[in-house]
Design a protein around this ligand. Structure first.
Ligand SMILES: [Zn+2]
Length: 746
């Protein structure tokens, strides 16, 4: 029995232990690896950009955390490839089940990253000079990879000895990850250059790099024919379950908590209603709830409060519910002795009872939330803890609002052991629990969008000026909204909230999902429709982050399922199909930054950029510069807005847009230009999506783009069409004879 998990850093003890074991395996299995290289694996994980690769480490462990094998992948997001740095098992050869599981896991990760291919080195099976590994072992390895369709590049000088006397030079193997796309020459050249210049920078002189890179002449690059496996036997499809299914964890024992009082809307049918719709979507893969120790709960809740909950629930007779009715607003240091009076000491309202089944059900809900959180650590993109009772009103030492223990906060705290965490609460009611628990902390960001406490539960928290305290100042953000809002106003707020999340640069996003923002919810006043839930899911998916969704409120049982399903469909559309790889979140991995206000020195750079694209006449280039000038002089009053992409201080792309005068909410996109050497890498998409987002945030409606209808502009037109723009009008001979103008709209 083993399981594979991803290790993000060496901060927590269990990861440190795993890394020690990884180093031991490396030393044993790769005698040629240098000591420093082995010792620096932890540094690499912590400071990925020193290498200019993003390292991804998977370990296969048994249940006692003994590492049985590992794989280290280097992701290059700019050139868009992965390099398999190491793959090894502790004892067995790679051919066994463990090796296959590790390699398949690597492939599905690379596939989800959307890279053009996976590359790695393999000692040759044809070279008799190889003495450190027996040729038999090399044959076995190449046969293993051939089973996935991966084969060495041939007809290049990659195997050329670096210096005289070097023998047994490795092959460079290419795995196309199940796509039958041939390996393009220019792409292969960029990949090989990056490998030699970065990974072997101390070994390979520049002349050698040039020699190898220019030796790649075939287009497409040829791969060696299958030698060890019949081509039809190769199984090159990528297992999508890790990367294209949402891990679903249900609190199986939730049905035992059923409070039969009138008006107690938090009932078992809620989960059933959601589940029926999720099953139809085909997007989910169920996982069994695992047990987690109380330490995770006590990391966010006071021990005496949890002990009280457990004891009080046990003491109530079956079927009976004990409601708080005395509240110690004075003299909190003298809690009453009587169990029947005590609930008010720990509760914030009068409608959440102590009940025999409340504690065990809530406790199991915590396990479900932690299981789902762990699925993200394991490498899932999205995990959903479908739990009840909800948890987001439970504070450090208080229950209430149908909540007993704060599932969302406990899961966030757990994920904190693996990276930075942001919580976004989108329940109709304020997430007072997380706010209370993390109010003094800057390492977990808490954001909540909810009905204003002047009319919505919990009435006493959720105001805009509650922004955190001490170290946590600025790390709690509340968006209290009006009693009646339009779905569009909601989206504008959501965009703002997500912007703060992106600024925080988390590694995980935890969503406290309340479906009580829906139309006709008995506890809410808003009217989001299934289509709105889909749009919101999409916006959240655009962050590109691993996302844990924890179920909170939502009581209109008839629409719960359809809304939940739409929410996840929207999210999955972005994360699984388009994937988050070209999103803002990834900008920092590429060393890119965005700027929204041009600086005086940008003007000349923007003119040069526009000119370099070769698409524009000199007078148009001049206009591009003039627009920057107007913005510099008049600010927003100029009506020109900018998104400028920079790398190492240099402008590498930009977009310019603005409201169309004399219209209510129509916007024009005036320019998008990307530096010619960076075209085709997704920067245009980033600029377009960012402009669309800003336009939506500003309350814009239709977006218009004008472009030439000449054949030379076909790629521009298809670019806009790909993002949902359609050509609404063509004005013949507009720019000149035979040069019409197309007006595109979205
Ligand atoms: Zn709620």
């Amino acid at each position: 029995m083993f399981r594979i998990r991803r290790i993000f850093d060496d901060v927590i003890p269990v990861n440190r232990d795993a890394l020690v074991q990884v180093r031991e395996i490396l030393k044993r299995r790769f005698s040629q690896a240098s000591e420093t290289e082995i010792d620096h694996i932890g540094d690499k994980l912590r400071n990925p950009f020193t290498l200019r690769f993003r390292p991804i480490l998977f370990v296969a462990e048994n249940m006692r955390h003994k590492v049985m094998g590992f794989a280290m992948v280097l992701h290059e997001p700019e050139i868009d490839f992965c390099y398999l740095d190491w793959i090894a098992t502790a004892n067995a050869s790679l051919r066994g089940g463990l090796g296959s599981a590790l390699y398949e896991r690597v492939r599905s990760e690379c596939s989800a990253l959307g890279v053009g291919g996976l590359f790695f080195e393999c000692l040759p099976d044809t070279d008799i000079t190889c003495d450190q590994d027996s040729p038999k072992e090399n044959i076995a390895r190449l046969r293993f990879y051939e089973r996935y369709g991966a084969r060495p590049l041939v007809g290049t000088a990659y195997e050329t000895p670096v210096k005289e006397g070097d023998t047994c030079m490795p092959f460079l193997v290419y795995d196309g990850l199940g796509r039958d796309k041939p390996l393009g020459r220019d792409y292969a050249r960029r990949v090989v250059r990056a490998i030699l210049e970065r990974k072997y920078k101390d070994v390979c002189p520049q002349e050698y790099v040039e020699l190898v890179v220019t030796s790649i002449r075939d287009n497409p690059v040829k791969l060696r024919p299958f030698c060890h496996v019949k081509p039809e036997k190769a199984q090159n499809t990528v297992n999508p379950s890790f990367t294209e299914k949402i891990a679903l964890v249900i609190n199986e024992r939730h049905e035992i908590l059923h409070i039969h009082e009138r008006g107690y809307v938090e009932s078992p049918v809620r989960v059933r209603s959601i589940l029926t719709h999720l099953e139809k979507s085909g997007l989910f893969e169920s996982m069994a709830t695992q047990d987690f120790p109380d330490t995770h709960i006590l990391a966010v809740h006071d021990a005496d409060f949890i002990a009280y909950l457990a004891r009080a629930c046990e003491e109530v007779s079956p079927g009976k519910s004990l409601y708080p009715y005395v509240f110690p607003i004075r003299n909190k240091t003298r809690p009453p002795r009587e169990t029947t009076v005590l609930p008010g000491y720990y509760c914030i309202d009068t409608f959440t009872p102590i009940n025999r089944n409340a504690f065990p059900t809530a406790r199991n809900g915590v396990n479900a939330a932690l299981t789902a959180a762990h699925a993200l650590v394991d490498g899932r993109r999205i995990a959903y803890a479908l739990v009840r009772p909800p948890g987001h009103h439970a504070e450090k030492r208080a229950f209430g609002g149908f909540c007993y223990m704060n599932n969302t906060a406990i899961a966030a705290q757990y994920l904190r052991g693996h990276g930075r965490v942001a919580i976004l609460d989108i329940d109709y009611h304020h997430g007072n629990g997380q706010q209370d628990i993390f109010y003094n902390r800057s390492d977990i960001l808490t954001v909540s969008i909810h009905g204003h406490p002047s009319f919505a539960y919990p009435y006493f928290t959720g105001f805009e000026d509650e922004t955190g305290e001490g170290e946590g100042a600025g790390f709690n953000l509340n968006f209290p909204l009006e009693e009646k809002i339009t779905p569009k106003e909601y989206r504008i707020t959501l965009a703002k909230a997500l912007r703060r999340v992106a600024q925080f640069e988390p590694d995980f996003l935890v969503i406290a999902l309340g479906l009580d923002t829906a139309r006709n919810d008995p506890t809410g006043t808003w009217s989001l429709t299934p289509a709105d839930f889909k749009a919101n899911g999409r916006m959240i998916g655009e962050t590109g982050l691993p996302i844990l969704v924890v179920q909170e409120g939502g009581y209109k049982t008839r629409s719960l399922g359809i809304n939940a399903r739409n929410f996840f469909q929207g999210m999955a559309e972005v994360i699984f199909r388009v994937t988050g790889r070209k999103t803002l979140y990834d900008l920092r991995h590429k060393g890119l930054t965005l700027r929204y206000e041009p600086l005086p020195e940008d003007r000349i750079q923007i003119e040069q950029l526009v000119e370099a694209t070769g698409f524009f006449r000199p007078d148009e280039v001049k206009i591009a510069g003039e627009l920057v000038g107007e913005r510099l002089e008049q600010g927003a009053a100029s009506g020109y807005y900018f998104v400028i992409a920079l790398k190492a201080g240099k402008v590498i792309g930009y977009g310019c847009y603005g409201p169309i005068p004399c219209t209510l909410k129509s916007y024009d996109i005036y320019w998008i230009a990307v530096s010619p050497d960076l075209q085709g890498q997704g920067l245009g998409k980033i600029l377009l999506l960012e402009m669309e987002r800003l336009i939506a945030e500003a309350g814009g409606g239709g977006i218009y783009v004008e472009t030439s209808m000449q054949p030379g502009y076909a790629t521009t037109r298809s670019f806009y069409e790909r993002f949902g723009y359609s050509c609404k009008a063509v004005l013949d001979n507009f720019y000149g004879p035979g040069d019409g103008k197309g007006i595109y709209c979205k």
